[in-house]
Design a protein around this ligand. Structure first.
Ligand SMILES: *[C@@H]1O[C@H](CO)[C@@H](O)[C@H](O)[C@H]1NC(C)=O
Ligand SMILES: *[C@@H]1O[C@H](CO)[C@@H](O)[C@H](O)[C@H]1NC(C)=O
Ligand SMILES: *[C@@H]1O[C@H](CO)[C@@H](O)[C@H](O)[C@H]1NC(C)=O
Ligand SMILES: *[C@@H]1O[C@H](CO)[C@@H](O)[C@H](O)[C@H]1NC(C)=O
Ligand SMILES: *[C@@H]1O[C@H](CO)[C@@H](O)[C@H](O)[C@H]1NC(C)=O
Ligand SMILES: *[C@@H]1O[C@H](CO)[C@@H](O)[C@H](O)[C@H]1NC(C)=O
Ligand SMILES: *[C@@H]1O[C@H](CO)[C@@H](O)[C@H](O)[C@H]1NC(C)=O
Ligand SMILES: *[C@@H]1O[C@H](CO)[C@@H](O)[C@H](O)[C@H]1NC(C)=O
Ligand SMILES: *[C@@H]1O[C@H](CO)[C@@H](O)[C@H](O)[C@H]1NC(C)=O
Length: 659
C-alpha cells in the first residue's frame, strides 16, 4: 500500500474556470478549441454535458456477440523461432510510446525544468521498469509554428501566443524557451525517456533552434528530428498554396537537409525522420513515386507515418460527416481494425526494413479531432490499442506513439487534472495506458523478442505468439466479445510443436466488466485508479493465475472471459522481474518555499509503511483550495527528495535518494 491512498486529498480542488486549448483539427486550420468549464474537484458535480471530454461519462452499448462463434481453439506453436512464417523483426519493450502535443507539454510534463509533474514521472517509470526506456515525441500540429523565445510568463517552458481575434482560424504559435529542453533533460535524468522533436516546417525560413538546442542539451536522449508533420494535409490546412503535392514536399525536405548540413550548431546531420504522412490526401505509394528514400536515406534515421482509424471532426469542428460512436464501436472490437490499419503500410514496412531503419507509427490513436465519446477511453479501446500495437509489431513497425492532447480530448492515455489547483493523485488515465504497460511487458528488456500473429479463430479472438531469444516465451489471447453471462468466454489450448509445454503457465489478465466501461480496469489484479484517482502507481496486489498444463498431452488450457485479454507466460514472470531493478517511484515529498510545504520524513515511511497520522493532519492543515497547497504537492526537481520504493513481497520499503 502506498502513501497516496492514505492522504485523502479530496479537499484540494475548488470550482474554477479553465480555458483549454486543443489540437489543430484535421481538415481545418484553427487550433484554438476553447472550452470553458468548471471543475468541482475529484468527483465533479456537474452533469455529463458540462464535463470536459477527458472526463466524459458516455457509456455505449456493447455489441451483441455472435451466436455461431467458435469458443474453443488450439494454437500449435513452434518451440523455437527457427522457421516461423511471418515472424517479426526483433522488438523492444519501448514499442509503444507517446506523442505529446507541444501545446500541452507544460500541463502534462511540468511547467519547467524545476517543476516536474510527479504522476507523469511515475507513469513513465512503470514503462521503464518493464521496457528499460520510454520513447516520447514532443510535437504534433503545433510544432510547425513553434517559435523559440527568451522568456514566457511564469518562467514556463511553453505558452501559446494569442491568436488574432480578427482572424480566428490563424494557428496560434507555440512559444517555447530553452526550458523545454532542460525540462526534457531533467526528466531523462530521472526516468530513461528518449525524445523525438520536430523542426518547424511551416515555411522554409528554417527555425533550426530546436535541432541545435535539442542536440546540445539532450545529447543521447534525443533520437530523432521530424521534418514535416502530415504534409499531405498542408494544402487543405491552408499551410501551403497550390501546387503542393508529394514532389513539393520532397523538394522542401531537401531544403531542410541542406539547411541542417550547413548549420555548424547541428553536429549530427543524420537524425531526420519522415515523411510522417497521415495517409489522408496522399498515400505512402504517392510519395514513394518521388526519389525521397534514395535521395535522403543517409540523413534519415527512421521512416514514419501517422494515422488514425476514425475521426470526430464533424462534432468538434463541423468538418466532414458525423461519425456515430454507437454505430462505430463494433469496428474497434475486432482484429479487422488492426489488420486494416497496417494493411496500407506493408510496402513501407519493407522499405524501412530494407534500409535497416526503424519504421514508426509516429502519431496515432482511436480517432482524430479528439477521439470519440464512449469509445476512446473505454476498456474496449484498451483491447483495441493492445491488438493494434501487437499487429503493428507483427508487421515490423518498430515503435508506435499514442497521441496525448489536453482535457478536451477523449483519447488520452493520461490526463493531468483540469486546474493547477489539483493534487498529484488526481490524474486520470485512459484504458490505452494499460495497453502500453502490457505491450512493454510483452517485449520486455531483452531486445530479442519477436512476435507472430497466430489468429486462427476468427476476428473476435485474435492471438499472438512471442519468442524471446529464440524460444517460445509468451502467448497473447484476446476475447473482444462482451457477455457477462459467461456464454462467450473462450478457451485457448496451447500446444508446442517440436517441444513440450511447461508443467504450468502463468497468466496475467487485463479485465473490466464490459468493453463499454471506464472504471475498475485491472492488469494482473492491479489498477491505477479511476478518473481523478491516479498518481501513476498501481494499487492492489499483483495477481497471477497459475494454470497446470498436461505435459503428457502436451497442452495448456487457458480460459479468457468475454471480454478480456490474457498474457500467458511459459516462464515464471516473477523470477524475471525480481532480478530487475525496482521501480523508482516519485513520492509527493514536496518542496516549495511556501508555508504550505509538505515534507515527509523518509525514515517514518520506512518504518510505518505509510503516512503517519501526525503528518496527515499537517497536510490537512495546509490551506485547502489554495494555490500554494496545490503547488506544495508537486515535487520540484532538482532538490527533490526522491523516494525509491521497492516492492518486496507485500511490504514497501522506502529509502531516500539524495539529489
Ligand atoms: C504471412 O502474411 C501474409 C500477409 O499478411 C499472409 O498473406 C500469409 O498468409 C501469411 N503466411 C502465413 C503462413 O501465415
Ligand atoms: C518482417 O520481417 C521479417 C524478417 O525479419 C520478415 O521475414 C517478415 O516477412 C516481415 N514481415 C512483413 C509483414 O513484412
Ligand atoms: C511560420 O511560422 C512563424 C512562427 O509562427 C511565422 O512567423 C511565419 O510567418 C510563418 N510562415 C508562414 C509562411 O506562415
Ligand atoms: C518554474 O515554474 C514554477 C511554477 O510555475 C515557477 O514558480 C518558477 O519560478 C519557474 N522557474 C523559473 C526558473 O522560472
Ligand atoms: C536541469 O535543468 C537545469 C536548468 O533548470 C539545467 O541547468 C540542468 O543542466 C538540467 N539537468 C539535467 C540533468 O539535464
Ligand atoms: C537494449 O537496447 C537498449 C537501447 O538500444 C540498450 O540500452 C540496452 O542495453 C539493450 N539491452 C540489452 C539486454 O541488450
Ligand atoms: C531467433 O532468435 C535468435 C536469438 O534471438 C536470433 O539470433 C535469430 O536470428 C532468430 N531467428 C530468426 C529466424 O528470426
Ligand atoms: C467498480 O467497482 C465498484 C466497487 O466494487 C462497484 O461498486 C462498481 O459497480 C464498479 N463499476 C464498474 C463499472 O465496474
Ligand atoms: C494557474 O496557472 C495559470 C497559468 O500558468 C496562472 O495564470 C494562474 O495564476 C494559476 N492559478 C493558480 C490558482 O495558481
Amino acid at each position: 500500500m502506498l502513501l497516496s491512498s492514505l492522504l485523502g486529498l479530496g479537499w484540494l480542488s475548488t470550482a474554477r474556470a479553465v480555458t483549454v486549448y486543443g489540437q489543430i483539427p484535421f481538415g481545418q486550420t484553427s487550433a484554438l478549441a476553447s472550452a470553458s468549464s468548471t471543475s468541482g474537484g475529484p468527483v465533479p458535480t456537474g452533469t455529463t454535458s458540462t464535463l470536459l471530454a477527458a472526463y466524459d461519462e458516455t457509456i455505449l452499448n456493447p455489441p451483441t456477440p455472435p451466436n455461431d462463434q467458435n469458443l474453443r481453439f488450439t494454437l500449435n506453436l513452434a518451440a523455437t523461432n527457427a522457421s516461423v512464417p511471418n515472424l517479426s523483426i526483433m522488438q523492444h519493450g519501448s514499442f509503444y510510446g507517446f506523442s505529446i502535443e507541444m501545446s500541452v507539454v507544460t500541463q502534462i510534463m511540468g511547467k519547467n525544468s524545476s517543476h516536474i509533474q510527479v504522476p507523469f514521472l511515475n507513469l513513465m517509470a512503470q514503462i521503464q521498469q518493464r521496457a528499460g526506456s520510454v520513447h516520447i515525441r514532443m510535437g504534433g500540429n503545433t510544432q510547425d509554428f513553434a517559435v523559440l523565445v527568451d522568456n514566457v510568463d511564469g518562467g514556463h517552458a511553453t505558452t501559446k501566443e494569442k491568436s488574432d481575434p480578427k482572424n480566428p482560424t490563424l494557428t496560434p504559435a507555440v512559444l517555447y524557451t530553452k526550458e523545454l529542453f532542460y525540462l526534457a533533460a531533467n526528466i531523462s535524468s530521472l526516468v530513461n525517456v528518449r525524445w523525438y522533436l520536430g523542426i518547424p516546417f511551416n515555411d522554409t525560413n528554417w527555425r533550426l533552434q530546436i535541432a541545435e538546442y535539442g542536440q546540445a542539451i539532450l545529447g543521447d536522449h534525443l533520437i530523432g528530428l521530424q521534418g514535416g508533420n502530415e504534409p499531405d494535409y498542408y494544402l487543405s490546412h491552408n499551410h501551403r498554396i497550390e501546387p503542393y503535392g508529394p514532389f513539393e514536399y520532397f523538394g522542401e525536405f531537401g531544403d531542410l537537409v541542406k539547411a541542417v548540413q550547413d548549420n555548424p550548431n547541428i553536429p549530427i546531420k543524420n537524425m531526420l525522420i519522415g515523411p510522417s504522412l497521415a495517409s489522408g490526401p496522399w498515400m505512402p505509394a504517392d510519395l514513394w513515386k518521388t526519389p525521397y528514400i534514395d535521395t535522403y536515406k543517409d540523413y534519415l534515421n527512421a521512416i514514419t507515418m501517422e494515422h488514425y482509424p476514425s475521426n470526430n471532426c464533424f462534432v468538434q469542428y463541423n468538418v466532414g460527416s458525423y461519425v456515430d460512436p454507437q454505430e462505430t464501436f463494433p469496428s474497434f472490437l475486432t482484429h479487422q481494425s488492426a489488420l486494416d490499419l497496417v494493411g496500407i503500410y506493408i510496402e513501407t514496412s519493407n522499405i524501412a526494413r530494407g534500409l535497416s531503419k526503424p519504421f514508426i507509427m509516429f502519431e496515432t490513436n482511436s480517432a482524430t479531432c479528439g477521439g470519440l465519446p464512449g469509445i476512446s477511453d473505454s476498456f474496449g479501446a484498451g483491447l483495441w490499442a493492445l491488438d493494434y500495437g501487437l499487429t503493428m509489431a507483427a508487421t515490423n513497425f518498430s515503435h508506435a506513439l499514442l497521441h496525448v492532447g489536453g482535457q478536451n480530448v477523449y483519447y488520452n492515455p493520461f490526463t493531468a487534472p483540469p486546474t493547477n489547483q489539483s493534487a498529484f493523485n488526481q490524474w486520470t488515465i485512459g484504458a490505452i495506458y494499460y495497453s502500453v504497460i502490457i505491450v512493454s511487458e510483452i517485449f520486455g528488456k531483452s531486445n530479442v523478442s519477436q512476435i507472430v500473429d497466430t489468429s486462427n479463430n476468427g476476428l473476435l479472438t485474435p492471438s499472438y505468439a512471442i519468442y524471446d531469444n529464440g524460444a517460445l516465451d509468451k502467448v497473447a489471447l484476446f476475447n473482444f466479445m462482451d457477455d457477462p453471462s459467461g456464454a462467450h468466454d473462450i478457451v485457448g489450448t496451447i500446444t508446442v510443436n517440436g517441444g513440450q509445454v511447461p508443467p504450468q503457465v502463468y497468466v496475467k489478465y487485463f479485465l473490466a466488466s464490459s468493453v463499454s466501461v471506464k472504471k475498475n480496469l485491472t492488469w494482473a489484479g492491479q489498477t491505477f485508479g479511476n478518473k481523478f484517482e491516479v498518481d501513476g502507481r498501481p494499487k492492489g496486489d499483483l495477481s497471477i493465475t497459475t494454470i497446470k498444463c498436461d505435459q503428457a498431452a502436451n497442452n495448456c488450457i487457458v480460459p479468457v472471459k468475454a471480454p478480456a485479454f490474457a498474457l500467458v507466460f511459459l516462464n515464471d514472470p516473477t523470477t524475471a522481474t525480481s532480478a530487475d531493478a525496482p521501480v523508482v517511484t516519485f513520492e509527493t515529498t514536496a518542496l516549495t518555499k511556501t508555508v504550505n510545504t509538505v515534507t515527509i520524513d523518509p525514515s517514518v515511511l520506512a518504518t510505518s509503511n505509510g503516512q503517519s497520522g501526525k503528518e496527515r493532519s499537517k497536510l490537512g492543515s495546509t490551506s485547502s483550495g489554495s494555490a500554494n497547497a496545490a503547488e506544495g504537492l508537486r515535487a520540484l526537481i532538482p532538490g527533490v527528495s526522491v523516494l525509491l520504493a521497492m516492492l518486496l513481497g507485500a511490504g514497501v520499503v522506502l529509502t531516500s535518494l539524495a539529489r
